[in-house]
Design a protein around this ligand. Structure first.
Ligand code: BEZ
Length: 226
């Protein structure tokens, strides 16, 4: 008997890193959205919430609104989505403005048809049979999924962490480096390890902050992310 697992059997299809994001067209609080229309132009952070008019989701929306300008500076389009109606989204956005004096600057998608939920594996039946989990996808300007998280209904996401990951991905792409635990803009980055014995032998001569042949860091120019 083999021990192989069919990763697609009996599971919702969950998009994987570096796969093209599944395309969809849907209505939103700012008009029709076609995900692929951002390809070649902008990064996208697509985030699902379980339901409008709920407290944890409200705190997350306030967080995304707080950092919206920072996402904009990184050329990121924020897109919220849930299985609530457009009217519900509009009423909730208005309610957030009334209660918290916070304007929601990004579109919120009406996914009553469940197409986004199906394509992005947002229903996790052991968590909820009906509500989408707190999933979030970072999609680059080539339309590829670069990172994602799935959180349960009870746990609000850290918007600051999402921003940090987008920054880290963009720096890694631009400078062909990696970023260490907790990296933030301005911190040193990881230089790729040498791939040959000859390259390893000279690594300590290359002017990096080198601890060992496989572990080197360097500083980037101050405006490296911009
Ligand atoms: C909330 O956002 O507070 C929430 C939403 C769905 C289930 C539980 C909590």
């Amino acid at each position: 008997m083999t021990n192989s697992i069919d990763v697609n059997a009996d599971f919702p299809r969950i998009p994987r890193i570096n796969e093209p994001a599944p395309d969809f067209e849907a209505n939103s609080t700012q008009g029709p959205i076609k995900l692929s229309s951002y390809t070649g132009k902008k990064w996208v952070v697509l985030f699902a919430h379980p339901a409008d008019f709920t407290p944890v989701c409200t705190t997350e929306f306030i967080g995304f609104a707080k950092y919206a300008k920072d996402f904009e500076k990184l050329n990121v389009q924020l897109l919220g989505v849930s299985e609530d109606s457009n009217f519900s989204h509009l009423a909730w956005i208005d309610n957030i403005k009334q209660n918290f004096d916070v304007s929601i600057p990004f579109p919120v998608i009406d996914d009553r048809a469940g197409q986004v939920a199906a394509k992005f594996g947002l229903i996790h039946p052991n968590e909820s049979q009906t509500a989408t989990v707190r999933a979030l996808f970072i999609i680059d300007d080539q339309g590829l999924i670069r990172a994602f998280i799935y959180y349960p209904l009870t746990t609000g996401r850290s918007v600051e962490e999402v921003l940090r990951v987008v920054e880290a991905l963009q720096v890694a792409d631009k400078h062909k480096v990696a970023t260490p635990e907790g990296w933030k803009k301005g911190d040193k980055v990881i230089v790729p390890a040498p791939a040959t014995q000859a390259a390893a032998e000279i690594r300590h001569t290359e002017g990096y902050d080198t601890v060992d042949w496989y572990f080197s860091k360097k500083s980037l120019p101050v405006d490296a992310v911009d």
